[in-house]
Design a protein around this ligand. Structure first.
Ligand SMILES: [Zn+2]
Ligand SMILES: [Zn+2]
Length: 117
């Protein structure tokens, strides 16, 4: 996170990264000073990917029903990290309407897959 910090040249306060339309600026909350951030800035890319990472974690939590079980021993096939939520679900296919499927969702990357029992 240290790479994403900028201090206001006017008052020395810590500036925050803000989105304005399609571009990004650093904004000083104390005096209102704005600093344009160039799109190819390495520092900007890092801070955007960090924000995307946070958003992704929230998305992961959103798709999980209240009855889901967290299994730390299951490994995600996509990101290879331990820690997956799973729950049971009626398969929506017309041919196998009574088939129970297990739905898995990776707690790290949000990848979902199902398994028939
Ligand atoms: Zn300032
Ligand atoms: Zn994963």
């Amino acid at each position: 996170m240290a790479m994403t910090m900028r201090f206001c040249p006017k008052c020395g306060n810590l500036m925050v990264l803000r989105t304005v339309g399609n571009s990004y600026i650093f904004y000083c909350m104390r005096c209102g000073y704005r600093m344009e951030v160039s799109k190819d800035s390495v520092m900007l890319k890092r801070s955007i990917s960090f924000e995307k990472h946070l958003e992704k974690r929230e998305e992961v939590a959103v798709g999980i029903p209240p009855g889901a079980i967290f299994a730390e021993s299951i490994v995600c096939p996509r990101c290879r990290k331990n820690g997956v939520y799973y729950w049971r679900k009626q398969a929506s296919s017309a041919e196998s309407s009574d088939t129970i499927a297990k739905v898995y969702k990776c707690a790290s990357c949000g990848y979902m897959w199902t398994e028939l029992e």
